[in-house]
Design a protein around this ligand. Structure first.
Ligand code: GTP
Ligand code: MG
Length: 305
């Protein structure tokens, strides 16, 4: 049984950086870890990939040979990888005792409706791999209510499409307010609570007010599924890295295995029951990176938690 994380998400959300940072973090915990690069468009890798899809296919060759653009080229590459999934399984056989971090391409449709990545994962799962999807989304989208609605919808459709254990992560929390102020406290975005507040904000915008009914319906859809929530991540923060790792380990079942890190039964139970102080951690990040409420934020915070 090989455990690991499939790192997915939109372009530039921090997938490659996360793989590198998480592998260093795991090495610090004495966990044997390897990175697998499944992004044929990754020309510069900050890490050493144990398995690299570029040995099978490169996007440059595909674009040249079939006169495709970068998006079509990427889709072709993933369909090619799906057809040659045995190559991947054979390559991975040498890393039976390692934890996998799988760096994926940044093309949203690969995770929201195209089948190849989902089919590859499903074959891997049948072959004994236990993977959790770590879906990264740039946290600066939280600053714009309309964009946050898009993030919610993309995250929901990715969860439904990928059909695997899944955690959503708002990346780059250290620069969350770089492109604008947040309207609410961070837990509003991480816990995805009371989205009616977002509809009200959108209705204040003269351009968006005419879409009030549409936005309300979209938000109700997200609420009805009740699946989407987020972890916050800055690769610079050990606390954030540890929290995301715990969530991913819990989702892929690593935490329930018998290994050096989990031998302490208390660790195992606390991770299984999520018995850590989530509110305190979100508050720490809020204090560290956000200047909002003193400067006119609406100060929403979830109650009774
Ligand atoms: N401040 C900050 N920057 C980050 C963080 N994570 C990633 N970045 C930056 O975000 C940019 C994009 O990161 P990548 O890791 O290349 O993103 P990606 O998702 O792999 O991009 P594609 O492969 O093109 O889809 C880089 O400049 C990173 O340095 C973070 O936690 N904090
Ligand atoms: Mg990348």
């Amino acid at each position: 049984m090989i455990h690991g994380q499939l790192i997915i998400g939109p372009p530039g959300s921090g997938k490659t950086t996360y793989c590198h940072a998480m592998s260093e973090f795991l090495k610090g915990l004495d966990r044997r870890v390897v990175i697998v690069n499944l992004d044929p468009a990754n020309d510069f890798l900050p890490y050493e990939a144990a398995v690299n899809v570029s040995s099978l296919i490169t996007i440059e060759n595909v674009m040249q040979k079939y006169k495709l653009g970068p998006n079509g080229g990427l889709i072709y590459c993933m369909e090619f990888l799906e057809k040659h999934v045995e190559w991947l399984l054979t390559e991975l056989k040498q890393y039976q005792d390692c934890y996998l971090l799988i760096d994926c391409p940044g093309q949203v449709e690969l995770y929201t409706h195209h089948q190849s990545v989902q089919n590859i994962v499903s074959i891997m799962c049948k072959s004994g791999f236990m993977l959790s999807a770590v879906h990264l989304v740039d946290s600066h989208y939280c600053c714009d209510p309309a964009k946050f609605v898009s993030v919610l919808l993309t995250s929901l459709s990715t969860m439904l499409q990928m059909q695997m254990p899944h955690i959503n992560v708002l990346s780059k929390a250290d620069i969350i307010e770089k492109q604008g102020k947040l309207h609410f406290n961070l837990d509003f975005y991480t816990e995805v609570l009371d989205l009616e507040e977002l509809v009200n904000l959108l209705s204040d915008d003269p351009f968006l007010s005419k879409y009030k009914k549409l936005n309300k319906a979209l938000i109700e859809l997200v609420e009805n599924y009740s699946l989407v929530s987020f972890h916050l991540l800055s690769i610079k923060s050990k606390e954030c890295m540890s929290k995301v790792l715990k969530a991913a380990d819990k989702a892929n079942g690593y935490v329930f295995g018998i290994n050096e890190e989990n031998r302490n039964i208390q660790n195992l139970l606390s991770c299984a029951m999520s018995a850590d102080f989530e509110d305190a951690k979100i508050a720490d990040i809020q204090e560290k990176y956000i200047s909002m409420n003193s400067e006119g934020g609406q100060g929403y915070t979830s109650v009774g938690r």
